[in-house]
Design a protein around this ligand. Structure first.
Ligand code: IPD
Ligand code: CA
Ligand code: CA
Length: 269
């Protein structure tokens, strides 16, 4: 199928703006919270946001396949066209009324992410990218930072939901990057962290065990803004992989060296 990226983007925005309105109206109100794990929570707004976005996609593209974090798996007649949706990235922040969360929507054609849209409804920032078309924030072209030394870099990271079991491992990476950079921020929304790398607010980012819906849109936005992604060893990045290391490209080698050294030191044989 030939995809019209303008139409896809328009539909992604229709879903994101409607879901964003719901999130914007509810983030300072009491929430109905359920637990998927000890610290992995989900609110009724996560589920309603997903429902709104899926409805928008299915209205225009009833044949497309869709995967959404909150239990949506649509095997559409068209298996080549697949949407990947995180209806609320940064749920813990949202549940606490901490204004750092977003909606992340990506579109994949034959396994290649063709467009990504990340919308932060509180700050009304919409990041988007189309493959080979550059990256934008509210319509203005964005670019990664020009900073070349890790020593001067501001980094972002996050910790997976199994952090109570693997705290030492995750803290080994945190310590190594903390002492080699100018600072490390833990924002609480991986999709926004990646967009912050794309827009030069962060110079680099790492996290383990992210899911495709956390990174699909943000990763394309980073590369279209001139940045680079890999795994912790410097190998090709995959949205289905276990390691995300993103940067402006200039500090990627230094970040890979540090992550590789931590992996060697923490390896359990
Ligand atoms: C989480 C956020 C967080 C990251 C976690 C993710 P969720 O997504 O992106 O920043 O550290 O690994 O699972 O659960 O809020 O959609
Ligand atoms: Ca997420
Ligand atoms: Ca989520």
């Amino acid at each position: 199928m030939i995809v019209d990226t303008d139409q896809l983007l328009e539909v992604a925005w229709q879903g994101a703006s409607a879901a964003g309105q719901l999130i914007q109206e509810s983030w300072q109100k009491p929430k109905s919270i359920e637990y998927k794990g000890a610290i992995d929570l989900v609110t009724s707004v996560d589920r309603e946001s997903e429902r709104i976005i899926i409805a928008a996609i299915q209205h225009y593209f009833p044949d497309h396949s869709i995967v959404g974090e909150e239990e949506t798996i649509v095997h559409g007649a068209d298996q080549e066209c697949r949407w990947i949706v995180d209806p609320l990235d940064g749920t813990t922040n949202f549940a606490h009324g901490y204004p750092q969360f977003c909606i992340s929507i990506a579109f994949e054609n034959r396994g290649i992410v063709m467009l990504g849209l990340v919308y932060d409804p509180v700050h009304q920032e919409c990041f988007k990218a189309v493959r080979d078309g550059g990256a934008r924030l509210n319509g203005a072209t964005i670019h990664v930072s020009p900073l070349a030394q890790l020593d001067e870099a501001l980094l972002g990271t996050g910790f997976p939901y199994d952090r109570r079991d693997f705290a030492d491992l995750y803290l080994s990476y945190f310590k190594a990057f903390m002492v080699r950079s100018q600072g490390v921020r833990r924002g609480g929304s991986a999709a926004l962290d990646l967009c912050y790398v794309a827009s030069g607010r962060l110079d680099g980012f790492w996290e383990m065990k992210l899911k495709p819906w956390d990174v699909a849109a943000g990763a394309l936005i980073v590369t279209e803004a001139g940045g680079v992604l890999s795994d912790f060893s410097g190998n090709a990045f995959s949205i289905y992989g276990q390691e995300t290391l993103a940067s402006n490209g200039l500090i990627q080698r230094e970040m890979v060296e540090i992550a590789s050294a931590v992996a060697r030191e923490t390896r359990v044989d």
